[in-house]
Design a protein around this ligand. Structure first.
Ligand code: ADP
Ligand code: MG
Length: 730
């Protein structure tokens, strides 16, 4: 029993929660699983939602003032369970009814879903608080699907009712140990009552005043036990701000460290290679490309290391910009490395670069795992003696046995963050090259500011030419129609991709199915054309042969798994058929579609999806809970978004909304984007302000040594001491 006392007199907010009475080994372990180790963590244990119990009424009062209450959305009743039974509606539907008596009258609560589950929750005699909008059912006052929880005798009208009450996120482990929402409320209430005075303000007075943010003590109290709705909103705003501000402070500090403590290369000139390249370039750079090249050149000139993120939609011309940057490095006597996320992409970029640089005196090399060992050895020695000037490969490029003569620039083409680790590793090998990171697909601004927030950012926001792509969602029952269309276009000389999904969890099955389909298409559907197959499991040389044949037009229809996603550039390919499109994510679909519309001709994208997705939802949906939107309806929503826009930044925003930041980026980045209170998609404005203030503050007081930043510094070091250069800050 948690009775509001502690086991030891001298505990503080930093003490282990085990010192609270009622919290033994098992309970503390379960709490640790949800991130609560110390008393202070309990104060930051964010409610999942709130129930407004500020209006508790009696059944009698409600009956008397029925019409008045009809205007109010929801109220709370407190009473004892006196009956529970299952009724059958005239339509044959089962309904669970729980009858509650509050001493002034009776009230029924009804459920249409999960009847057995809810029936098990209630026992005759239980004291319960129910919350919802009252209506009338079979002559009795009734609430359909009320919110509810159970009260114990003593506490009926204290922290659990008569106010806005928090509902905490629970794990089954917590629940099985009796740590339900009620217990947590008591526990947290106890810690607030006894320890809130020890909480120190973290944000500087000036910032609190400027943005009307409430003090931390008030915020913590109100996040659990708000007096009013406004109080709750103010508390939330303050805590969201604090969370984002502290992270931005870390990013600002990292940015500062890079610019102040590290010395980079100062490139001196734009030389012959860059000039030669601009003469042979078959097109003019767009305004945006030119601006970004200038931004990069400014970084490269400076003796501070470059750490720049290059964003742009598929087809916006990032590759050319990267190439020019690498030529600048080579012109100055340095080597440049280009890292791609997969071997296929490395090969593809290698082919593109060779193509562009054909007539220029620069040595380009490809280093990938599947090279023959003799070849590899040769390239490794060329990298070491400096003969190889531009080297393309995967991440392996900067690891292990690769030794550069003088690495000056690293371009990283990927979605994921080039970690601090990798930079440290390069520095450890004696290099501190300039780094340019390109994202394969656009990243929503809020995410970019968070995950890549310590980098400088360049954005190419202009397309070299308008891409003409029509997109259609097609049920798989109408696949023949698509094949017929494809046939007529290929006869006119176009080329096509047909893509099958291949996801990790079912990789083997997916691969088999892609191969089977290839055989079927080749022999039965399109016997008159040449078909090719590429997938990630093929030996590199074979894959290169197929890609080359497709590029040269010898293969007309290319069957592929998702490996062709990024970077492939064949303007004559104008048709893309994506099978089982419902299994792909938004960014993936956008990337895939980015493979067509690259030439002058009108292009077509067909998203083939299972026909059940096209069925109208049944009446039963009325009774579904809102947040249980089915996988199918979500999949259809994704397809509709893709069909409705070609704008990669818009698609990325939607993707973030639909999937949340964790999945958008994959687990790798999740540490950066796990906020307790803030929502990276919804709290854009707070993020912008927090960032601006954090960068300004680091500029004014990089070591947080001013007295007015003492509280902030303490909290900052508590959270991030592993990540900043402590020797220089404390
Ligand atoms: P991204 O890497 O951003 O997806 P790419 O660099 O592959 O885009 O460019 C897409 C296509 O547009 C390529 O065929 C490229 O040669 C071409 N391209 C790039 N810049 C221009 C430009 N300024 N004018 C015309 N075509 C361009
Ligand atoms: Mg530099």
């Amino acid at each position: 029993m948690i009775d509001g006392s502690v086991k030891k007199a001298s505990i503080t907010l930093e003490s282990d929660i085990r010192y609270l009475k009622g919290i033994g080994g098992k309970r503390s372990a379960a709490l640790r699983d949800v991130g609560v180790e110390k008393l202070i963590d309990l104060l930051y244990y964010a409610p999942a939602k709130y129930i407004d119990r500020s209006m508790v009424v009696s059944v009698a009062k409600l009956r008397k003032n029925w019409w008045e209450f009809q205007r109010i959305n929801a109220v709370t009743f407190i009473g004892r369970v006196v009956d529970k039974k299952i009724l059958v509606s005239s339509g044959g539907r089962q309904i669970l009814e729980i009858v509650i008596d509050d001493g002034t009258g009776r009230l029924s609560c009804t459920w249409f879903n999960k009847i057995e589950y809810f029936k098990r929750q209630f026992e005759i005699g239980d004291l319960v608080a129910v919350f919802g909008k009252p209506s009338v059912f079979r002559g009795r006052i009734n609430i359909v699907h009320p919110e509810f929880d159970f009260l114990t005798e003593a506490d009926s009208v204290n922290i659990h009712t008569g106010r806005i009450v928090p509902v905490y996120p629970l794990t089954s482990k917590l629940k099985s140990l009796g740590l339900n929402t009620l217990k947590l409320r008591e526990l947290i209430n106890f810690v607030i009552d006894n320890y809130i005075d020890y909480v120190e303000e973290t944000l500087p007075e000036k910032i609190l005043a400027k943005y009307g943010l409430v003090p931390l003590k008030f915020a913590i109290r109100s996040i659990h036990f708000p007096e009013t709705h406004e109080g709750l909103q103010l508390a939330l705003k303050r805590l969201k701000f604090e969370e984002m501000f502290l992270l931005q402070l870390l990013l600002a500090r990292k940015h500062y460290e890079l610019k102040h403590f590290e010395k980079g290369i100062s490139f001196k000139k734009i030389g012959e290679l860059v000039h030669g390249f601009s003469r042979i370039l078959p097109f003019k750079l767009t305004e945006a490309q030119r601006r970004v090249v200038r931004e990069i050149w400014n970084d490269m000139k400076s003796d501070k290391p470059m750490n720049r993120l290059l964003q742009g939609d598929v087809g916006s011309g990032k590759t050319i910009v990267a190439l020019i940057s690498m030529l600048i490095a080579v012109d100055n006597g340095y080597q440049a490395a280009f890292m791609a996320p997969t071997e296929i992409l490395a090969e593809q970029h290698y082919a593109t670069f060779l193509n562009f640089l054909d007539s220029l005196p620069v040595k380009v090399r490809l280093l990938i795992g599947s090279l023959k060992s003799k070849e590899k050895k040769e390239i490794l020695s060329e990298i070491e003696n400096g003969e190889a000037q531009i080297i393309i490969g995967t991440h392996a490029l900067i690891q292990e046995r690769v030794n550069f003569k003088n690495l000056g620039l690293v371009v990283i083409d990927e979605q994921h963050r080039f970690g601090v680790m990798q930079r440290a590793m390069l520095i450890g090998k004696g290099y501190n090259p300039d780094v340019l990171i390109m994202t394969a697909t656009p990243i929503p601004r809020t995410l970019a500011l968070t995950v890549y927030g310590d980098l400088d950012v360049s954005i190419i926001d202009e397309m070299p030419r308008k891409r003409k792509v029509k997109t259609e969602i097609v049920p798989d029952t109408e696949r023949e129609r698509v094949y017929e269309f494809l046939r007529s276009k290929v006869r006119e000389g176009h080329q096509a991709y047909i893509v099958y999904p291949l996801i990790e969890e079912s990789e083997k099955l997916d691969l088999e199915s892609a191969i089977e389909n290839y055989v079927r298409l080749k022999n039965e559907v399109f016997p008159e054309f040449n078909l090719g197959l590429v997938h990630g499991r093929m030996p590199g040389t074979e894959r290169q042969e197929v890609m080359l044949a497709f590029k040269e037009g010898k293969i007309q229809i290319l069957i592929a798994t998702t490996v062709i996603e990024v970077g492939i550039d064949i303007p004559n390919a104008t048709i893309m058929v994506i099978e089982s499109a419902e299994r792909f994510g938004l960014s993936q679909l956008h990337q895939l579609r980015g493979r067509i519309g690259r030439g002058e001709k009108q292009s077509y994208c067909f998203l083939i999806a299972k026909s059940s997705l096209f069925r109208k939802s049944s009446d039963d949906a009325l009774f579904e809970f809102e947040d249980e939107a089915t996988e199918e309806s979500k999949a259809m929503e994704r397809l509709k978004i893709i069909a409705s826009t070609m704008d990669g930044f818009k698609i990325a925003e939607k993707d973030l909304e639909l999937r949340g930041p964790g999945e958008f980026f994959g687990t790798k980045q999740s540490g950066f984007i796990k906020f307790k209170f803030a929502d990276i998609a919804a709290d854009k404005e707070i993020l912008e302000i927090a960032r601006q203030e954090a960068f300004e503050l680091i500029k004014q007081d990089p070591n947080l040594s001013k007295p007015e930043h003492a509280g902030l510094k303490k909290e900052f070091l508590k959270r991030y001491s592993d990540e900043v250069n402590l020797a220089k800050i404390s």
